[in-house]
Ligand binder design. Structure first.
Ligand SMILES: [Fe+2]
Ligand SMILES: [Fe+2]
Length: 198
């Protein structure tokens, strides 16, 4: 998948993450992506216990962002945060968990659901990620495609505006970059990336 600026390719149907081993074989990865896509069609949010746990880990400004996310995105985000907490144990600080919970918050800007996300991801592959991301400065439907493909940068700006910790903001911007370009501690980035199974 051709990507600009060493960016890690996001999967079709989500446009976020790019991590996970997906079984390590093309067929296993395809199956994993299909499962993720089908799961994203279910609109419900996380259960009440997970929702309360997530909100308790967020700053007041971050809670506002959290509530703008779709139910499917919040379900995914809680899973990422829980897996990160399991892996890091006591080292899983509040800013790290907020980074997991809000890693894809920039997707709220496009307002795309699963189907249009899939189309946007394909367009990013066909036209090149850098070029397609630049569409966000234009108008019309392609601007929303560009917004979706720029959700990492948009998410970082949103989190900075919400008063997030520096690490939380940085992970928004870096969660699709290769590890060599992370500014977050490598152990933290690895745990967050592994937990982000999309
Ligand atoms: Fe993402
Ligand atoms: Fe993700």
């Amino acid at each position: 998948m051709p990507m600009a600026e060493g960016r890690v390719a996001p999967p079709a149907g989500d446009g976020g993450g790019g991590g996970g081993d997906g079984g390590g074989r093309p067929s296993g990865e395809a199956l994993h992506l299909v499962r993720r896509f089908l799961g994203s069609l279910w609109p419900g949010g996380p259960g009440a216990r997970d929702e309360a746990w997530a909100v308790a880990e967020l700053l007041p400004g971050e809670v506002g962002l959290w509530r703008r996310m779709s139910g499917a995105d919040r379900r995914h985000a809680v899973g990422v945060a829980r897996r990160t907490a399991d892996e890091l144990g006591p080292a899983a600080s509040r800013p790290i968990l907020a980074a997991a919970l809000l890693h894809d918050v920039g997707k709220v800007d496009s307002g795309f659901g699963p189907w249009r996300r899939s189309i946007a991801t394909v367009l990013g592959v066909v036209f090149g990620h850098r070029r397609a991301s630049g569409w966000r400065y234009g108008r019309g439907p392609l601007a929303r495609v560009g917004s979706y493909l720029s959700h990492d940068e948009i998410g970082a700006d949103l989190r900075a505006g919400a008063g997030s910790d520096t690490l939380t903001v940085r992970w928004a911007r870096e969660h699709h970059l290769p590890a060599t370009r992370w500014t977050v501690p490598q152990a933290v980035g690895r745990a967050l990336k592994r937990a982000d199974d999309d």
